[in-house]
Each structure stands twice: as structure tokens, then as C-alpha cells.
Design a protein around this ligand. Structure first.
Ligand SMILES: C[S@@+](CC[C@H](N)C(=O)[O-])C[C@H]1O[C@@H](n2cnc3c(N)ncnc32)[C@H](O)[C@@H]1O
Length: 214
């Protein structure tokens, strides 16, 4: 194995790789800030938002739907003491992630439709968890189930869970316009309000559900 590859593997397995990647993204973050934060937030900003919820609520469980290239997963798994589960529909992306995270003992990778697999994950969850709901079709190499997004089934399963103080972060708020199986944002908020256990805030393109009593 070449020195370059070995160095890259070391940086990745030690969690330093993602911190360095963030530095490369500084110009895009700066441009986003300059635009008044109107465009879709750069990916590192979203990763830091997730991290901030883990820290703020002292949560050590992270569940992601849609592993994709494992960027967010790698960043969060690099935090010490955080147990991670990620579900991916694409067989190829799932197997790529298996290789990438082979040395990470705190990462569990599941293959399949997260709308169907999340209930079985929830059955094993006994403490508050940060959910990053981001499993959806988005062209390119991403997989497509019968529906473009399993968000309604995912949210339904989490809202029914006996633990009512999870943190639920739903990516791509801009897509919730009633097309391609995405509910309208207003309808989604109504479902959350009817559940009564979470308050909703939408910011940086992320729908954020936090427990009411905090
Ligand atoms: C936007 S990417 C995820 C990015 C990743 N969460 C991150 O933050 O780096 C969406 C991923 O969801 C996957 N996907 C699509 N439909 C899915 C489904 N029903 N269940 C699970 N994953 C799905 C796609 O194959 C794709 O890899």
C-alpha cells in the first residue's frame, strides 16, 4: 500500500480526515454566509448542526438514514463515545461503506429501505437518540425505492416510539413541497404538533424536532 494511501487511511480511522476536510470547505461556507444563508447550507455546516445537537443534549446514539458516501457518518463516528447506525438502500453504497468503516467498532451499517428497517432499529433503542433522516433518491448513484423518500414512514415510526425525547433532524427542508412523495412542510408540522412531544424549527435547510420539555 502506498504511503499516500496509508496516510489517508490513518487520518480517516483517527477521525482527523473530516476535520481537515472542513478546512477545505471554508470558502464555500464563507460564500454561503455572504449570501445571507439563503442557499442550501454547505454539507459541513449540516454536519456541525448534527454535532451540536449531540453535544447540547449529551446524546451518544446516532441513527442515520441514507449512508451514501459516509461523509456525515464518518464525521459523527469520529466523536468519541458515539454509537452510530446507518441504513442505505443501495447495495453498492452499503458495501463501499462496509469497507470504509471496517475499523470503526462504533458503526453499524444496515442495508435496505430505511422506511422498512427503521422500526427494527427502534426496537433496540433504549436511550434518546439523534436521528438524521436523509435517506432519499437524489439522482446520480443514489438508489430509488418505490417512493423517492421514506420520510413519512420513518417519522411515523419514531413518533410512535416509547421514548419521546429523541432529537429528529430531517434534511432537505426545501424539498417538502408536496411533490415526489414529499409531504408539504405545513402538513408535516401538523403531524408533529398532533404528536405533542416535539417542537419544530426549520433552519439551514434542516427540519429540527426537539423534545418539548427541555
Ligand atoms: C443525500 S444521500 C445521503 C447523504 C448522507 N446522509 C450524508 O449526510 O452524507 C441519500 C442516500 O439515501 C439513499 N436512499 C434512497 N432511498 C432510500 C431508502 N428508501 N432507504 C435508505 N436509503 C435510501 C440513497 O441511495 C443515497 O445514498
Amino acid at each position: 500500500m502506498s504511503l499516500k494511501l496509508r496516510t489517508k487511511r490513518f487520518l480517516f480511522n483517527s477521525g482527523i480526515w473530516y476535520k481537515l476536510s472542513l478546512m477545505r470547505m471554508v470558502p464555500s461556507i464563507f460564500n454561503w454566509l455572504k449570501s445571507g444563508c439563503t442557499a442550501n447550507a454547505p454539507h459541513p455546516v449540516k454536519m456541525m448542526v448534527i454535532e451540536s445537537y449531540l453535544d447540547r443534549f449529551s446524546v451518544t446514539n446516532f441513527v442515520e438514514t441514507g449512508t451514501y458516501l459516509g461523509e456525515t457518518l464518518g464525521y459523527i463516528a469520529g466523536k468519541s463515545g458515539v454509537e452510530c447506525i446507518s441504513i442505505e438502500l443501495s447495495s453498492e453504497l452499503h458495501h463501499r461503506a462496509r469497507q470504509k468503516f471496517s475499523k470503526h467498532r462504533n458503526v453499524t451499517l444496515l442495508e435496505g429501505d430505511s422506511g422498512k428497517r427503521l422500526p427494527e432499529v427502534l426496537e433496540r433503542i433504549t436511550t434518546p437518540t439523534v436521528f438524521w433522516l436523509d435517506g432519499h433518491y437524489s439522482s446520480g448513484i443514489t438508489a430509488q425505492a418505490d417512493d423517492d423518500t421514506p420520510i413519512s414512514a420513518e417519522l411515523d415510526a419514531i413518533l410512535r416510539h416509547p421514548i419521546g425525547n429523541h432529537i429528529i433532524l430531517i434534511d432537505d427542508a426545501r424539498c417538502f413541497d408536496g411533490t415526489n412523495n414529499y409531504p408539504y412542510l405545513d402538513d408535516l408540522i401538523e403531524v408533529i404538533r398532533a404528536n405533542g412531544r416535539y417542537t419544530t424549527e426549520v433552519s439551514t435547510d434542516i427540519i429540527r424536532l426537539v423534545p418539548c420539555l427541555t
